[in-house]
Write a protein that binds this ligand. Sequence first.
Ligand code: SAM
Length: 248
Amino acid sequence: MENIFKVHRDMPRQGPGDNESTRRALDLTGLSGKSLKVLDIGCGPGMQTVELAKSIEGRITALDFHKKYLEELSGSAEREGIGERIETLEGSMFELEKYFKREEFDLIWSEGAIYIMGFERGLKDVKPFLKSGGYLAVTEITWLEDNPPKEIREFWDTNYPQMGTVKSNEDIAIENGYEVIDTFILPENSWWENYYNPLKERCEFFKREEPTNSDLMEFIKETELEMELFKKYSSSYNYVFYVMKKSN
Ligand code: SAM
């Protein structure tokens, strides 16, 4: 964890994503411009939280367990003049019942973070906090083909064995009482622009500054491998936006 926070510090995002995709997913809910109560789970530095706040009326609670990211989010929300509509909450996504009332939210959002609970558990755990007919929008890393090449299959089987296909994730959503409104694949530049390019620069920085820190160098090697594999196999997997509606 220490190395993640060290290398990932001061990056615009902590996972793939872009403002255009955030707006596209929000438009699919039909909630743009409406007065809403929203929860953003695993908000990180909150690029998507700010974009959401600019696209709706109402209030967003941004939950993350890393205080530094919440401070970064508060800073950008203030700069955008929407600070009073975003409340940051330092806490764990595994303890939602500690902070929230049942059926409190019109919309629950989570970009690049539902995997921490696991897609299925995440969908189950957040549902009680959605109003009836409320919407859930998440991005989840997803296989785009049934039989990906061995090298990339083995990499993700080690790092995230629960990774599903669009179809298997849609089935999970339906089994757990959601209607799937739509899904779309994130554009490839949403991996590079706000995430992998700044991450590459951070890796180069630490390779120059701390070459004898073996734990850190090991972490950087794994990070660089992940980026190389994405370059090679981006047609086999990607983040997919799942826009869902609580149906029962
Ligand atoms: N949504 C942000 C984005 O797209 O840039 C951040 C995504 S990042 C991959 C995952 C986020 O989840 C990190 O900010 C991390 O601090 C947060 N996180 C990890 N475990 C958590 C937990 N148990 N409770 C709350 N937040 C957690």
